[in-house]
Design a protein around this ligand. Structure first.
Ligand code: PMP
Length: 435
């Protein structure tokens, strides 16, 4: 079958519910590059939505996986310990935002880990309700789609959903009603504190503190727009949680694991969550996720109430250990900072001049989690740019759920030269769509 026939076969036999941004049939990948079955080469600024953190098929990760696969494929966590999980924990403990976060539970996917966090919060507090934030994405299982608020399509006709979920506004300064009154660009250092007031109102009007187990938040909003909250927000949120005896769960599935230039995004804000959720970049593409918390919280769960057939798979744990070694050996966090500054400065110089004066551009994010929002463009503009990039520039980029926003999520070891190539392609695509 040729590439078109393969794609047609896929369309016929793979569930239609999986939306797909392209019909490309991928054959192989290396670093920041992907090749189709026809041998066409693409620059990947998506990394599978922040998964292949060390680039595609990093030799160290490949070697670790090959060696582990030849030795032991599966050791069920409800039956055995396995050494790669114990070694991984040792390594993870060293990169946690606080030494108090020292007890782990591993799963396969981000959604499962979010659910594990909710189970832990409910069980350990003996309370039920969860406060989530507008625009968040936490997964597509029944539990996590109940917590997700980024797009209606995820929930429509899939109910009934999990009850006890309350939605608070996510601080989004660029689209803040107060910002609209400000003459200059919004100031992320100086929030009006309105989002905190709104949560206090929620606690008074809809879900009382004695019924609320946790607040669940993405430290940097992912699918909902690549939004960084104002600098003071998390300190205030944590204070509010402590005052009301509510746990703080941070979902670092997309923004964590070096993506923002620190190992975990919440570290930028000087706050330690009670439960932290990790996945995606943790094992460079192999299925692994997990939660971490304090031992005294985790110990409240009775043995046997957690676990799963593939939870913390041994091959994925080997990939995760190799991933952390690559972080150290190649100083990935430093590369994230360097490439981030390079992208921001290139966008400032090359992208801004391409847009008509009525378009207000917000380039935001931290590290290599960069959002570009265009305000004052027709509906669908960002999707058009992504389409043009893919079809004419051989650059793969994604948009976010609402607002005209593009997200750039390259590999954490992307090179200076690849950044130059990628931003040139992006600018070309924008130029074509503006015309
Ligand atoms: N949380 C966040 C913040 C995510 O971005 C995602 C995936 N995009 C998930 C949870 C769900 O992860 P998974 O697709 O592995 O279930």
């Amino acid at each position: 079958m040729n590439a078109n026939q393969l794609a047609e076969f896929g369309a016929r036999h793979i569930a239609r519910g999986i939306g797909r941004v392209s019909n490309l049939v991928i054959d192989k990948a290396k670093g920041s590059w992907l090749w189709t079955v026809e041998g066409k080469k693409y620059l990947d600024f998506t990394t599978g939505i922040g998964v292949t953190s060390t680039g595609h098929c990093h030799p160290k990760v490949v070697k670790a996986v090959q060696e582990q696969a030849a030795k032991l494929n599966h050791a069920q966590v409800n039956i055995f310990y396995h050494k790669p999980m114990l070694d991984l924990i040792e390594k993870l403990k060293a990169v946690m935002p606080s030494s108090k976060l020292d007890t782990f539970f591993f799963w396969n996917s981000g959604a499962e880990a979010v659910e594990a966090a909710v189970k832990l919060a409910r069980h350990s507090t003996k309370k039920q309700n969860i406060i989530v934030f507008q625009g968040s994405y936490h997964g597509r299982t029944i539990g996590t789609m109940s917590l997700t608020t980024s797009k209606t399509i995820y929930k429509a006709n899939y109910g009934p959903l999990m009850p006890g979920v309350y939605v608070a506004p996510y601080p989004y300064c660029f689209n803040c009603p107060i910002y609209k009154k400000l003459p200059d660009k919004y100031n992320i250092n100086n929030c009006c504190n309105d989002p905190i007031d709104q949560i206090e109102i929620l606690l008074k009007q809809q879900t009382a503190p004695q019924e609320t187990a946790a607040m669940l938040i993405e430290p940097i909003l992912g699918e909902g727009g690549y939004v960084s909250p104002p600098n003071n927000f998390y300190k205030e949120l944590k204070k509010l949680c402590e005052k009301n005896d509510i746990l703080l769960i941070t979902d670092e599935v997309q923004c964590g694991y070096g993506r923002t230039g620190k190992m975990f995004a919440i570290e930028h804000f000087g706050v330690v969550p009670d439960i932290m959720v990790m996945a995606k970049g943790i094992a460079s593409g192999f299925p692994l996720s997990g939660i971490v918390s304090r031992k005294e919280l985790m110990d409240k769960q009775p043995p046997g109430s957690m676990g799963g057939t593939y939870a913390g798979n041994v091959v994925s744990c080997a990939a995760a250990i190799a991933t952390l070694e690559v972080f150290e050996e190649e100083n990935l966090l430093r590369n994230v900072d360097l490439r981030s500054s390079q992208i921001l400065s290139l966008l400032d110089k090359k992208l801004k001049p391409l847009l008509p004066p009525q378009v207000n551009l917000d380039i935001r994010g931290l590290g290599l989690m960069i959002g570009i929002e265009f305000k004052g463009v027709p509906y669908g503009f960002a999707s058009e740019v992504a389409k043009e990039s893919l079809e004419k520039q051989d650059l793969i980029i994604l948009t976010t759920s609402i607002y005209e926003t593009i997200r750039l999520i390259p590999a954490l070891n992307i090179t200076e030269e690849e950044v130059v190539i990628g931003i040139k392609k992006l600018c070309k695509a924008v130029e074509m769509v503006v015309k």
